[in-house]
Design a protein around this ligand. Sequence first.
Ligand code: C5P
Length: 399
Amino acid sequence: MILRDKSIILGVTGGIAAYKAVEIASRLVKGGAQVDVVMTPAATHFVGALTFQAITGRPVAIEMFALLRETDIAHVSLAKRADLLIIAPLTANTLAKLAHGLADNLLTAVALDTRAPLLLAPAMESGMWENPLTQENLTRLRQVRDVVVVGPATGRLASGAMGVGRMAEPAEIVDAARWVLGRMGLLKEKKVVVTSGGTREPLDPVRVFTNRSSGRMGVALAAAARDAGAEVTLIHTSGGPPVPWGVRAVEVETAQEMRDAVLEAVAEADALIMAAAVADYRPAQTSEQKIKKTSGPLVVQMERTPDILAEVAARRAELPRLRAVIGFAAETEHVVENARDKLRRKRLELIVANDARAAMGAETNQVTLIAADGSVEELPLLPKEQVAERIIARLATLL
Ligand code: C5P
């Protein structure tokens, strides 16, 4: 949603990574943005303008002097109305020009003219990136402009050498774009804690009890809250989707570790969303050594884990800032009735009820939102990203 109808200028400069800008354009267009690509003349040596034109469905601008032939000076107006200017890849050369206000090609002219935030994805050889001149240029630019920098990453560079200077991945750049566009959203200045994934309860050094949670729902919620401008802390277990850009992540393994992390994080938070599939039971004893197999059966005594939401509920009086606690009810039968009961017992503002069999590990979810005021909203089967947006919209009303 956050990308829909946004006007984004994608500046492409002359580096090998220019071909990856095609994927950035494609992802932005798929998200519903209107994308205008502006290439430097050097970029055209690496990737064809026609490729961008086909993907964005809009003309690609390269030549500064073509501008003079246009009656409405379209690219000047473009600079004025853009919501965001992304430059990916950004060469050391163009960075130097930006830092000094040069406008010797259409891209640098647009960059100088626009007041839109700048999202930069530098890509260059390590020597160029680490050169104090390049670093000074970046510092200088940051002092005068609203600049967000993604990467560069460490990896294989154009020269074949390993080092810092690789352009961040297109998915990460688009994720960062969502963060920039969402900064002023409905949840601006709100702190939201989200948990995700299935906890893992060790039996011995090599064996764990866990569940089928993929972490997708929780990560989608963290991304949606971030898109709405919230400051998000994601308390997650390993193996889930990548942590969204701009989200603070705390990795935990067991229910106990998740409890400790949640109690620490909620002390400052406005909202808590417990999307994690927290184990209800753990082995009562964990063995220091790997348990040897024998010919007979193995009996494992299980004990209860802490109920995190119950502990948060018990502390609500000491947490005046915490205005909304959202829980999940993953049931396999009597979904809504059980959820209602849980909402009351755990003193939640909202509960998201779903059928555990359909939701766990899947890309889609069909949920019913039940609020403390008794209202019931049944959502259709949707991708988890869209379910997350609907839940975050409800959270915004709660806050
Ligand atoms: O009671 P039940 O475990 O079914 O409730 C599910 C909700 O409670 C989920 O939001 C889950 O994250 C949370 N939960 C918890 N602590 C546990 C188990 C579940 O906070 N030990």
